[in-house]
Design a protein. Sequence first.
Length: 338
Amino acid sequence: MTRRVRRMAVRGIALATLLATVASCGLLGGKEQAPPADANGNGQVEKAKITLGVLPILDVASVHVAIKKGYFAQEGLEVNLKTIQGGAAAIPGLVNKELDFTFGNWVSFFAAEAKNTAKDVDGIKLISDGYQAKPDMFLILAGGDSAIKAPADLAGKTIGINTFRNIAELTAKATLEAANVDVSSVKFKEMPFPDMQAAVANKTVDAAFMVEPFITRAQRAAGQIKVLDAASGPTDNIPIAGYATSGAFAKANPKTVAAFQRAMAKGQADATDRPTVEPLLVEYAKVDKETAGLVHFGAFPTTLDATRLQRVVQLMVRYQMLDKELDVKPMLIQPSGS
């Protein structure tokens, strides 16, 4: 072997040794390598594993779409879903930090903020719109064999709702009053959405305020009938619900919140596509394929609009769910670039 060839061989060995050493330090793909940060924030979130409160209803279809399509994963988030009964039940979850984020109706969020219920965690922050009313997706149903056929028949009756003093109670009162029903004569009984069909059938309640997919299931399986569309007249196109976190969590985890917002924006946009949502309803809401194919969709807004949400506050004041108007703007955390 010539002297030149020996020098080249030595240099090659030295280079190979250097590369092996660098790789072992994690700079070229070793086990200690940190995931590269991309333009979407993947690898930059403060908390990668988050707990999100949801209900088994159509309103949260965007969450399941975002999980199924990998939108959360693309943002570096792993989502643990926790079933809640309603927005009012979600507030303690934020306060005691069992939930990082939660779905909930606007009425419950605004009422809690007005009462400083979440003051220990710097209040409630709204981070994503979720659902807005359309016809026939917010109904009060009664049994097919019941004497209750029209809104006037609900006077003096008991109506099942998922939680007290929420969007269901608010819209029920507004539309009952519009139908000239004495709202003070109506009683509300609290129960989970999945239990309402049976409660109407066994006369535990006279009627029930249902959402999809439980409306369609109750109509198909039990012959229950529409008595009142609670998203009509004074509540036409009313904003229903969205997603929130605590002020403390938002302050400590701004990149996590931003990542959540980006994933949800994609999920919201895709949730309007029935072929995407229907099979997911079968999975998470436990309804049959035929029922999933018949449900009435609401709207899935992709932006937070303070003016639109302020309308809910005005109705809450009208029906004594708030003592005075609450400015919703300070509660909003707008996505970057909004």
